[in-house]
Design a protein around this ligand. Structure first.
Ligand code: NDP
Length: 276
């Protein structure tokens, strides 16, 4: 089984290093979260992606505390929900209380929610929160190029990451270019397209060629593109399988064949119109 030492990290501004692989806990019920996170930490996971909206921050925090790992050994991300954008610092402090920690490693605006018109105000508050030490790094999620431009123009501060829906059925070439131009790290949510890509013939053929599972092939593809990923699984064997991707490589041709599966297919909402 892979351990944390084998997981690559990516540098973010401000001397922050983010493990390129972790566990996402969207749709993990609160009563299952402690067990889920505990299993993952024991399997070598050192990066947890939660959100206020997932309603399981308290259980994530309890699992980290009970793990015996020091706070510095686990990278914790949480996110500001759309209806809280006018009180980002107050909401972050509530999240810190639930997580039982004095800081998060990464705090994100969950969606631009343009209908509310508050994301520039929220970003200004996140810049302040980072200065106060409440978040080591700050970023956004589901921001399109126009939203990125607005917050950078308003504050002069570029988000460290943009967490976007990204998988072989939605490869986001335009936004990835925008991120590269701005020095923003790409985080890929629903990296497995919630399972929808795993029986694709190209994926299963490449999996057979490497004697790996389709899930491992898709996650390895993300890693080779430079994406940060945190697949969700509540199945112990899959939690172990998903992290076991750091001892093989795809060929350039395989990476390109997976990239060619793009058909602009979203599993989640459109960020230009979703207000939550
Ligand atoms: P994923 O692409 O991670 O897929 C999760 C689904 O795939 C689950 O049904 C899981 O089943 C299954 N699965 C996991 N591993 C395997 C495997 N090896 N083989 C087959 N099936 C597998 O989707 P998510 O939407 O959960 O995204 C991951 C994370 O991204 C979230 O938990 C969250 O942290 C983040 N996210 C962020 C969003 C945002 O707006 N910023 C939006 C959505 C997600 P099972 O649990 O039964 O094993």
């Amino acid at each position: 089984m892979a351990n944390s030492l084998t997981i690559p990290s990516i540098d973010l501004p401000g001397n922050v290093s983010i493990p390129q692989f972790g566990l996402g806990v969207f749709q993990v019920p609160p009563e299952k979260t402690f067990e889920n996170v505990t299993f993952a930490l024991n399997a070598g996971y050192r990066h947890l992606d939660t959100a206020r909206a997932y309603q399981n921050e308290a259980q994530v925090g309890q699992a980290v505390k009970a793990s015996g790992l020091s706070r510095e050994e686990v990278f914790i991300t949480t996110k500001l929900w759309n209806t809280d954008q006018t009180d980002a610092i107050g909401t972050l402090k509530e999240s810190l209380g639930l997580l039982e920690t004095e800081y998060v490693d990464l705090y994100l605006i969950h969606w631009p929610a343009p209908g509310h018109g508050n994301y520039v105000q929220a970003w200004t508050a996140l810049v302040e929160a980072q200065k106060e030490g409440l978040a080591r790094a700050i970023g956004v999620s589901n921001f399109q190029a126009s939203h990125l431009r607005q917050i950078v123009e308003a504050t002069g501060v570029t988000p460290a990451v943009n967490q976007i829906e990204l998988h072989p059925l939605l490869t986001q070439p335009g936004l990835r270019r925008e991120h590269a131009d701005r020095g923003i790290v790409t985080e890929a949510w629903s990296p497995l397209a919630q399972g929808a890509v795993l029986d694709d013939a190209v994926i299963t053929e490449i999996a057979a060629a490497h004697s790996r599972t389709p899930g491992q092939i898709v996650l390895r593809w993300h890693v080779e593109l430079g994406n940060v990923v945190f697949p969700k699984s509540m199945t112990p064997s899959r939690i172990e399988e998903n992290i076991d991707i750091f001892d093989f490589e795809l060929t350039t041709e395989e990476v390109e064949r997976i990239e060619a599966l793009d058909r602009g297919h979203r599993t989640g909402p459109d960020p230009d119109t979703f207000n939550g």
